[in-house]
Design a protein. Structure first.
Length: 201
């Protein structure tokens, strides 16, 4: 009887010891740097809920400001998904290096709209003719730009998947006034886009 009692208690005590040991062993021990970082973060966080909320707002404001500055500087990690990638940067440089009529289209359209209020048949006919002529020039200029862009892009990026969407991206950028473009231009008019070293033949 006594022998059986001892054998019954042994597995229970062993399993309990193993449980305690495994619970301690399985838990990851934080490194010294992680512990110091956590302690600093804890000390920086105000105990007052109002102060903590104000600190959180300030940190969020600083992060947004940094992101805005990063985007204005053209830093890749701060750019929206549509602007990321070497092909998109190449397209922006190609467009920004050119003078395009399309960026002034909005001003031309507004001017035509305002002049349309003048009650003069001869002037209205002249304005309409001029507007259609300028629109045709913009279309021709845009077609030439797209053809040249695709030719240069194929040389820089042989993989078709890398060039996906650059045509529409280029056309939309031409419609933006140069000084208002985001990301801002990296090249002056007349400059040539730099082909990434990894894509040179």
């Amino acid at each position: 009887m006594f022998g059986r009692g001892k054998s019954d208690e042994t597995p229970a005590s062993t399993s309990a010891a193993e449980e305690t040991h495994s619970g301690t062993k399985g838990r990851a021990t934080p490194s010294r740097k992680e512990a110091q970082r956590a302690r600093k973060q804890f000390l920086k966080t105000p105990n007052d809920p109002k102060a903590a909320k104000a600190a959180s707002r300030e940190a969020e404001r600083a992060a947004k400001l940094r992101a805005r500055e990063g985007m204005a500087a053209g830093e890749e990690k701060y750019l929206p998904a549509r602007d990321r990638g070497a092909a998109k940067a190449f397209t922006r440089d190609f467009v920004d290096a050119r003078f395009t009529l399309a960026e002034y289209f909005i001003f031309i359209a507004v001017a035509v709209l305002l002049l349309g209020f003048i009650k003069n048949q001869a002037l209205s006919t002249l304005i309409s003719t001029g507007f259609f002529a300028i629109t045709a020039l913009i279309a021709i200029d845009s077609i030439i730009l797209v053809i040249q862009l695709n030719k240069r892009a194929k040389e820089a990026f042989p993989n078709e998947a890398d060039r996906k969407g650059i045509t529409l991206y280029a056309l939309l950028r031409t419609l933006q006034l140069r000084r208002l473009r985001l990301p801002p231009p990296r090249v002056r008019r007349g400059g040539k886009p730099v082909i990434p070293k990894g894509n040179k033949k």
